[in-house]
Each structure stands twice: as C-alpha cells, then as structure tokens.
Design a binder for this molecule. Structure first.
Ligand code: SF4
Length: 389
C-alpha cells in the first residue's frame, strides 16, 4: 500500500500543464497571466481534491485552481492580520493574553487560493524549521500562555516522529494546558490520518484539532473515516469555515455543511468572513451575506450546528463576533427581543427591590414556575393579527 507521502507526491496536480491535460486546455485561456498567479503563491491540488472537481469554476475548483483575479489588488493587504507585527520571535505570534500561535510547518497538502497566510505558506524560508528553539524558549518564559495553537502550513504534514517531538516539548512546559492543532489534512489528504498518527497525538492529551471544511462535498467517505479515527483517539474536533464567494455563500450550502460536520463528529466552531488578503479579494462577499446565513441557521437548526460568525479584524484587532439583530431595544426596565421567526418578546430587567429583605417576589411566582412562565409569555407576546377571510 502507498504511504500518504507517496499518494501526495505521485497523484497531486502541481502544474498548469497537468491541469490542462486533466480538464481540457480550453478551460485555461489566459495561460500567461495564470502562470503569474501560480508563481505568486504555491500551487498544488491533492488527489482527494482533484477527484472532487466536477467542472470548471465549481466550489472545489475555485478554492484550488489559480485564477487571473488573483493579480487584481484593490483593498487587499499582504499581511492582513498584522501577524508579523505581533511576532516576538520567528514562528510565534502572540496577540491574545493567554494563547500563542506557533507556526510549525511551511507546507500544505493543497494550497487554498484564499489563504490568509499566502505570503508565507509554501516557503520554507519564511516559516523556518530550523529556528524552533527560540520559539520554545519564548513559550517557556511566558508563563501566561496556557494555550498553544500549532499551525503553518499544515502541522499534520510533519512526520510522526517530528510531530511527537514538538508535542512532547510543548507538554514539558508546565503552564501550557491546552495544545491545539489547526489542520486541513482530514479534508485534503485523509490518507494521512493513520492509526500511528492517532497514537502519537493521544500520548500528549489534551490536544484539540480544529479542522477546516468549506463545502459539504468535502465530507467524503474517506474524510469522514479520518475524522472518526481522530474522534476515537479522544481528540475533540472543531471546524473553521471561511465564507467564500461562489463556494459556500448561501444558507442552503452552509446549513448542509454544518449538518454533515456534525454527522462526522465535528463541532462547527467558526465561520470567518474572508480576510482582506491581497490576491484573494475575488473570494470576498458582503458582511450582510454572512449575517443572512447566520439568521438562517440560528433557531432553524441545532444550536450545535451554529458556529460563531467572526471578522478577524484587519490590522490585528483579533476575532470580532457578529450576530444578526435580535435586540430591538433595551432600557433599565426591559429588553425588547425578536426571536428567530421575527416574533417580538419582552424580557423584564431584574428589579433592585426584588430579593431578600426587600419584600421578596410574589410567593405564587416562587412556587409555581410554570404559572410564572405562562403569565409572562401571555404578557410578552405581541397580539397576533387576526386573519380575515
Ligand atoms: S490549508 Fe490552511 S494554511 Fe494551507 S493553504 Fe489552505 S488555508 Fe492556507
């Protein structure tokens, strides 16, 4: 049986010529400009993703095939999240009080054309593997860091021995409680999730994995099996999804993705607005599109299938959550709310005079919670309009 390294090396597509042979030269009319786009950012499509492409410009094609749109820069920023500014030593970004990002691998199985870190990913000089010592020392010295997120590139493209070494070194640092791994390998290269890899990770628990799926078709039987192996190894699984034009910018596609993730034992964690990255602006949608998607999820399907919707603020402001408007008004007396159906409800604010020594609430309410609820609901629901014949 081929190893995952052989599968990746032999069966990936990594040149425009190979793409043209596979999908037909007529689909690559501006070859010279496309070549420029492919040279600007590493290009490789793993076998699992090649197999998923049904036709040119479909949701999988758009994520991996270079496009001339990448050459257009309007509002795009090279380091849109200002990660380099918050990097005290090579490979570490320390932005939030108790956690740090640790870049441990420069390579990915497939290269996503919308990648936020496209300025670095695929280039071993920009994510140097020989300078880990200063990163480990930084993590050792900063006792406030209790959560380390291993990223890259894709950490699960490291071989088991190297991964084991990094995890062991992190585990030897007493104040690091949680280790997280960000990886698209369960989607891109499910062959990489081997029993040996699961055993390696298991030795260093608690380790969490945040994977990354953007379209329901990506939950192939092989991907679901790989996710099941990780879950069976006791690894809590989350998913980070990026909202991408022409890929998943509709409530139907997003809801189907969330449901299929849950079936694969993965908790949807984030939907990100696509970052304002130079070279990837053609993937951006409006914030309203994201809010409409969230509105179509919240209340209409399981709470577990509702991730946070966030903008990772340009300039390094961090993740800022967004919610559709459910609060209509708020005073010291009451909050007027709309539920997922748009129905109006009133929530009474707590009153200072209620409580021990202040007369206390009506005993009827204390001992008959069902009655309390019914009365409150009767008061709160706006009178419905009568239907006229
Ligand atoms: S797998 Fe992640 S790091 Fe790699 S190219 Fe895709 S988005 Fe970027």
């Amino acid at each position: 049986m081929e190893t995952w390294q052989e599968v990746l090396r032999k069966n990936s597509i990594a040149s425009l010529e190979a793409l043209a042979i596979k999908f037909g030269p007529e689909n690559f009319p501006e070859l010279d400009r496309l070549r420029l786009a492919a040279e600007n950012f590493e290009f490789r499509i793993s076998p699992a993703m090649v197999d998923l492409i049904k036709e040119p410009n479909d949701p999988i094609w758009r994520q991996y095939v270079p496009a001339v749109d990448e050459l257009e820069v309007v509002d795009g920023i090279v380091d849109s999240l200002n990660e380099d500014e918050d990097s005290p030593v090579p490979n570490i970004t320390h932005r939030y009080p108790d956690r740090a990002l640790f870049l441990v691998s420069p390579v990915c199985a497939s290269y996503c054309r919308f990648c936020t870190r496209r300025r670095k990913v695929g280039d071993p000089e920009k994510i140097p593997m020989s300078q880990f010592e200063s990163a480990f020392q930084y993590l050792e010295e900063h006792t406030e860091i209790r959560d380390v997120i291993m990223s890259g590139g894709d950490p699960l493209l490291l071989n088991d021995r190297r991964l084991d070494m990094i995890l062991a070194r992190l585990r030897s640092i007493k104040h690091i409680e949680i280790i997280r791994i960000g990886s698209r390998v369960p989607c891109h290269l499910p062959e990489r999730i081997t029993p040996e890899l699961c055993e390696t990770i298991k030795r260093h628990h608690p380790v969490w994995i945040n994977t990354h799926f953007n379209h329901p078709d990506e939950l192939t039987p092989a991907a679901v099996k790989a996710l099941g192996m990780l879950a069976d190894a006791g690894i809590p699984l989350g998913c980070q999804t990026v909202l991408l034009k022409g890929v998943n910018d509709s409530p139907e596609v997003m809801k189907s993705l969330m449901h299929r993730l849950m079936l694969a034992r993965v908790r949807p964690y984030y939907i990100y607005m696509a970052d304002q990255v130079a070279g990837a602006e053609h993937f951006r949608t409006t914030v309203q599109t994201g809010l409409e998607i969230m509105h179509a999820l919240r209340g209409w399907t399981s709470g577990l299938a509702n991730p946070y919707f966030v903008i990772d603020a340009p300039g390094g402001g961090g993740k800022i959550p967004l919610l559709p408007e459910y609060v209509e008004s708020m005073t010291d007396e009451e909050v007027v709310l709309r539920n997922f159906r748009g129905e109006r409800f009133v929530y009474r604010q707590a009153r200072e005079e209620v409580g021990v020594g202040a007369g206390g609430p009506d005993p009827e309410y204390l001992f008959q919670p069902t009655l309390q609820l019914k009365k409150a609901r009767k008061k709160a629901v706006a009178p419905r309009k009568r239907k006229t014949a």
